[in-house]
Design a protein around this ligand. Structure first.
Ligand code: DGL
Length: 264
């Protein structure tokens, strides 16, 4: 394993930056390539077949081009649909991102908790299995909030996003039967923690928001334990879309020490 061999973080857009933030804290020396499938964004409104084909195809080509030591699919939608397939075709460690149902089920005091993700994630059998395994005796209310992905992307482009905008997208969760008993909400889309301040402003201090970014970064640290890292070459980010569009996110990437933006 070469010390400059990167960790590849993959998402449809900027959501994976929530995982990168935690990774920087845990493994500050780890070289990273951030890959955004901007040409495929948003995944949440696509079919399973389309997402699986895109993710497997792109990650195969990226693995050949960049020789990463590990790939993290920093996207719940892609992970809940395509993680097993990607693991079948690529011979390197693949870390996925799955909804943090287990810790949220342990945290809820009312026994009623919410799951916010993309519409595609909400209907996955993978999520049904997590619910069956970890939320026995609790009530889990799901809500597909594709609009939050767009708002997170807009926020990181420097556009104004208000707590009201966010509340509009999420209110359907709380309007469901028993929705007024929710005390804990799983942010099951890597874009959503980027809107945590607006979510807190909209829903107040009585709701806890739970997401998996820290756990994912810890998993990456465990799988790369004992390996050496060298970040002498600056990290970069690639997009499958047009560069001028990607460059509108420059200030956001700068915050994560990535200033070189390229086209894949
Ligand atoms: N960030 C992705 C996730 O975690 C979804 C964004 C999209 O809809 O493309 O689910």
């Amino acid at each position: 394993m070469h010390a400059s061999s990167p960790i590849l973080l993959f998402d449809s857009g900027v959501g994976g930056l929530t995982v990168l933030g935690e990774l920087r804290t845990l493994l500050p020396e780890a070289p990273v390539i951030y890959a955004a499938d901007m040409a495929g964004l948003p995944y949440g409104a696509k079919s399973e077949a389309e997402i699986a084909a895109r993710v497997c195809g792109l990650l195969g080509r990226m693995a050949e081009r960049y020789h990463p030591r590990l790939i993290c699919i920093a996207c719940n939608t892609a992970s809940t649909i395509a993680l097993a397939m990607v693991r079948d075709v690529l011979e390197l460690p693949i870390v996925g991102t799955v909804p943090a149902i287990k810790p949220a089920a342990a945290l809820t005091e009312t026994g009623v908790f919410g799951l916010l993700g993309t519409e595609a994630t909400m209907r996955q059998p993978y999520v049904d299995e997590l619910q069956k395994e970890f939320a026995v005796g609790k009530r889990l209310l799901r809500h597909g909030a594709n609009g939050l992905v767009e708002l997170a992307e807009a926020k990181l482009r420097g556009e104004t996003v208000t707590a009201d905008d966010v509340a509009q997208e999420v209110k359907g969760l709380f309007l469901q039967h028993h929705g007024n008993e929710i005390d804990t909400v799983v942010l099951a889309c890597t874009h959503f923690p980027l809107l945590e301040p607006e979510l807190r402003e909209a829903f107040g201090p009585d709701i806890s928001f739970v997401h998996g970014s820290k756990g994912i970064a810890q998993r990456i640290a465990t799988l790369t334990k004992g390996q050496t890292f060298n970040r002498d070459a600056p990290d970069f980010a690639v997009t499958t879309g047009p560069l001028d569009d990607f460059e509108r996110l420059k200030a956001a990437f700068d915050l994560y020490a990535i200033s070189d933006l390229r086209v894949f």
